[in-house]
Design a protein. Structure first.
Length: 365
């Protein structure tokens, strides 16, 4: 097998932990000796232990002379554990193959340099494009101070989100809805606006996938209008944490009520009663979030797109028509010319039962 084959294996391992290790990257590591895989590892929940640590521990003395395939440059700084670069050196590996250099200033080439100084051969940038996609949330948080945002849309064939009455359950079929649960699982948090939370009263949990750790639930509600007795409020202390992003002018009584319910309250800057989304997302990144799945309604979706904060759109289209008197998937983007319209690039399409899923990527800034 080639270096690319082994790195592909390591990347697959890392992807299993997306959504569970924030603020750390979901790294995968494979140890190979004499053409045979001797150990594997992936970053564990809460970010520790690191992938390299687990793989080296599993291999023991057999790691000496092995090749380590790691999806991100091994860390070089002392944190809660010794640097992984030093662990690889101590284990006596002969070669290290990495997919990406870690942009974190505490690492940023220092891990590679440490390995090379110890006489270990280092090969870099193997399957770097795929690794960049897998680590997109971690990379964006480190380099831009923002989380990677995926916008999920479920809509009719003519691009409508609900009937005029607001009825929308269920536009898509079972396979598409199950895929959405997989999306939730691979993100650190799920985000909705107060309108969606009031109308749909969701709990935003991952179902039927045997998971033990649920994603964080986020609600943007400037004036805390959502009833405390909603499903999100009732499950805040039992299912998964709920964070409420509100304006500084939210009523004191509502603040106290939500605090009693065990919800974390995050005061955010607002303009004309609307939360400043860029500053709010920056606050979430400071708190460690790297990947957010937005399942909000048309107003929140259009606001995120207009602010240039959406990195990826995952759109589920059903073969059903709603007509022009139904509710659009997006609110107004206030465009006066076609040249102003945000353009996304189609990454892939997949048939899910009776529905079609399309994945679209925002243009690189």
């Amino acid at each position: 097998m080639t270096d690319a084959d082994h790195m592909r294996h390591a990347l697959a391992l890392g992807r299993r932990q997306l959504g569970r290790v924030w603020p750390n990257p979901a790294v995968g590591c494979v140890l190979v000796k004499e053409g045979r895989i001797i150990a594997r590892g992936m970053t564990q929940s809460t970010g520790r232990p690191h992938a390299e640590t687990l793989a080296l521990s599993a291999a023991g003395e057999n790691a000496r002379g092995a090749v380590a395939y790691v999806t991100l440059e091994p860390c070089a700084h002392v944190g809660q554990t010794p640097p992984c670069a030093l662990s690889l050196i101590s284990a006596g590996v002969a070669r290290v193959v990495t997919a990406l250099t870690d942009p974190d200033p505490r690492v940023a080439g220092k891990g590679h340099a440490m390995l090379q100084k110890a006489g270990i051969l280092v090969n870099q940038n193997v399957l770097s494009d795929q690794a960049r996609q897998d680590h997109a949330g971690f990379l964006k948080r480190v380099t831009q101070g923002l989380p990677f945002v995926t916008l999920k849309m479920a809509q009719s064939l003519d691009g409508r989100a609900a009937l005029a009455s607001g009825e929308s359950r269920w536009i898509t079929g079972f396979q598409a809805r199950r895929h959405v649960h997989g999306l939730r699982l691979s993100h650190d948090a799920v985000l909705v606006g107060a309108g969606t939370a009031r109308i749909d009263n969701p709990d935003l949990q991952v179902r039927d996938m045997g998971v033990l750790t649920q994603p964080l639930r986020l609600i943007i509600d400037p004036m805390l209008s959502l009833p405390v007795g909603s499903r999100l409020g009732q499950s805040a202390s039992s299912l998964a944490p709920v964070w409420l992003l509100h304006s500084h002018s939210a009523p004191e009584e509502a603040l106290k009520a939500w605090e009693r319910d065990g919800v974390r309250l995050l005061a955010c800057n607002s303009v004309d009663g609307r939360i400043d989304l860029r500053l709010a997302l920056a606050k979430l990144a400071q708190l460690g979030l790297t990947r957010i799945l937005c399942e909000g309604g048309p107003r929140l979706a259009s606001a995120l797109v207009a602010a240039g904060l959406v990195d990826q759109i995952v759109c589920f289209n059903a073969g059903i028509l709603f007509g022009s008197d139904s509710q659009a998937s997006f609110g107004s983007l206030h465009l006066s010319a076609l040249s102003q319209a945000p353009r996304f690039s189609l990454i892939r399409q997949e048939v899910l039962g009776p529905d079609v899923m399309s994945v679209w990527s925002a243009p690189a800034l």
